[in-house]
Design a protein around this ligand. Sequence first.
Ligand code: DLL
Length: 433
Amino acid sequence: METLFNPSQETLPRKKLQDLQLKRLKETVQRVYDHVPYYKQQLKALKIQPSDIKTLEDVRKLPLTTKDDLRKNAPFGLLATPLDHCIELHASSGTTGVPVTVCYTPHDLDVWSEVMARCLTMSGLTKHDILQNPIPYGTFTGAFGFHYGAQKVGALVIPSGMGQSERQIKLMEYYGTTFLSGVASYMIRLGQVATEMGLDPKKLKVRNGLFGAEMFTPGLKKRIMDTWDMDVHDIYGLTEMCGPGVSTDCNAHDGLHLWEDHFLLECLDPITLEPVGPEEEGELVITTLTKEGMPLLRYRTRDIAMLYDAATCDCGRTHVRHSIIKGRSDDMLIIRGTNIYPGQIESVLMKHPAVGGNWQMVLSTEDDIDQLTVVVETRELLSQMDCEKLASVLQKAIQAVIVFTPRLEVVAPYAIPETGLKAKRVVDNRRKG
Ligand code: DLL
């Protein structure tokens, strides 16, 4: 049996968990009906009264909420409490420039710390650990989520903040960091920098890590484990729910347990919006069950995954598991009629030891035909001939997965410009229309 942060809640028998969810769902619907004019109007348009919610399945009567709905009501239009009751704000900028803003009451921060503490404990954090948190402390939820959760566990937090990779490595060495948190792709970069500084990452004291915030393929996970000789867990979350802390994989590494006492999960076909069957891919749609500041009904995450049987996992937790996030429905590219997720390309690249820390898919239009160029950094500087050999091997391996032949460009370490926090995997220069 694994160590659990909150054993009674994490192992709640399914029937009790569902009773609790129903009670909280009813409260949430009443709350938004009473306090959020936008939802009152939506519910009235669908002729739904809060008293119509009698079973958990009745969630399907409720309106869906999209990122666009949040933007239209930004920044504070969806609050269910006066702004005075909120004590912290976070936002995700997204691509259109209108930030999605979320405000937290003291209760919301308590719940966030609690779910983060559960995720961190699931990935091996104890009060004896020194956790280094190389994420920017700002409106992005990442740093604060890990910070609050780790303090709740009682670990010592080094709030090392964003970037300055050499400094991060020196801090690890100086303080004897045992646990790392953050954005998955940055761990590859840090490993590369440590090696260049003449340090073997395996010889540092880091033994565990919890990463997420972006596409996180098994290949990338394995690479981080091998580089650092550490155990790696995957954490999922989004600003609209709280930030990181929605779900994490236990030691079975067979899906991420999602905290069902705080979030009600549906997995829907993104086109028909009907529920998909067990172990069928669909979009995760989540209703908050305990949010005071900004409760959301049936939020369409756009994240594609599948649900596993909620029966008790070997770890003892009873909360439902979902697969790793395959990609976002809006990340799926259609290139020459073929549907491609960037994760498919990453899975191929990460198998090859000469491939370095960063890669991109660059799309263009030539003679009215879509062209895909996969640009790949090498781990070390290679000769022209070795670059050509590597390009040819990768080209064939990718072609086997995506059916047509992409162009391959092998470049030196660090040649792809860093774009900030989350890796930018797709550059779409195709002519539109
Ligand atoms: O990325 C929160 C977070 C921070 C999660 C640190 C984990 C670690 P947003 O910036 O709002 O919030 O982005 C949320 O990122 O809808 C997914 O598309 C993607 N995402 C987050 N975690 C994962 C993951 C944070 N483990 C969006 N695997 C989500 C794949 C992830 N994608």
